[in-house]
Design a protein around this ligand. Structure first.
Ligand code: SF4
Length: 316
């Protein structure tokens, strides 16, 4: 973690009205140590004092969505079979199998909005595609929309969304799609599932599988420098692992060649504030990885992909 990043975080802390707080350096050191332990099985210890940054508002309401709890879905199949129409359900695939893999942002957003590939289309208010700038170095992947997300059409709103925004702001990051921030300070946020499960029940494996091509395409289009997967279902969908988050966090994984860091869902942190220190350490690890990746050639090295990144910024 560079001195520049520490100064930026300290500035953010001052803006948040928090003391310029000594254990922050320890958090950065812990993250750097964790980065050095990338792919080691030994999880990082929690960073002390992180509650000063991650403090949730008192009286937080129950979280929306299944975030962080419930049984694990079975690992999904590869992309092709997932795009098949649902047997026995009165739903239809929005596009020909495989078409999602070639879509641009506009077509992808329209395909999600029109999607009836699983039964969740019957109960949703609207789909929740994603938010942020499509030239972002960071991608945050959550689980499924909750009640407010379903109503507002944006991921991570409500109390857990505000906690996530505070965590990101402490590192100088923003989900805002406008403004002059460089890609290194932009975050794109998407969910694994684009429609809300009724009564915030856990996503079904079949629903996760049918929806996953959309997230895969978002990742292909974005090609972020770092993926931060929050919550059990997001982690299991991306890593194909049934291991608990506590065993997966604290090290760097790979997803399609991109570095991926695992952490707890903010809704879980609201229920379990003792875990905020570990979440802060995870965020610092992700920042250290992103900084390192920023000094390396961008992983998006294909000719077509490079041309895509050289295009003028599209509408987010
Ligand atoms: S959850 Fe995904 S696959 Fe199911 S209807 Fe919504 S967009 Fe389509």
């Amino acid at each position: 973690m560079s001195l520049l990043l520490d100064e930026r975080r300290r500035a953010m802390l001052r803006e948040m009205g928090l003391p310029d707080w000594a254990p922050l350096a320890a958090a950065g050191t812990a993250a750097a140590a964790a980065a050095e332990r990338a792919d080691a099985s030994d999880p990082a210890p929690p960073a002390r004092g992180a509650d000063a940054i991650l403090a949730a508002s008192p009286g937080a309401p129950p979280p929306n969505g299944p975030q962080g709890g419930g049984p694990a879905p079975a690992p999904a199949d590869p992309v092709g079979p997932r795009a098949r129409a649902a047997g026995g359900l009165d739903v239809v695939a929005p596009t020909a199998p495989g078409a999602v893999a070639t879509m641009g942002w506009d077509d992808l957003r329209a395909a999600v909005a029109a999607c009836r590939a699983c039964a969740l289309c019957e109960s949703r208010t609207q789909t929740v595609f994603g938010v942020g700038h499509t030239r972002a170095d960071w991608l945050v992947v959550g689980e499924a929309p909750g009640e407010q997300e379903d109503l507002q059409g944006e991921p991570f709103v409500g109390e857990s969304g505000r906690l996530l925004d505070r965590m990101l702001a402490a590192l100088g990051l923003t989900r805002a799609a406008d403004g002059e921030q460089p890609p290194a300070q932009r975050v794109y946020i998407a969910n694994t599932l684009k429609c809300r499960p009724p009564r915030n029940r856990n996503p079904a494996p079949d629903e996760m599988a049918r929806c996953e091509p959309f997230l895969l395409r978002q990742i292909e289009l974005l090609r972020p420098r770092i993926i931060l997967a929050l919550g059990r279902f997001a982690v299991q969908a991306l890593l194909r692992s049934d291991a608990p988050i506590g065993q997966l966090r604290g090290r760097v994984h790979r997803y399609q060649g991109l570095p991926l860091v695992v952490s707890y869902h903010p809704a879980y942190l609201l229920r379990s504030p003792a875990e905020k220190g570990r979440a802060w350490a995870d965020l610092c690890l992700a920042a250290a990885v992103a900084e390192g990746a920023a000094r390396a050639p961008h992983p998006d090295t294909g000719a077509a992909a490079q041309a895509r990144r050289a295009e003028p910024d599209p509408e987010p």
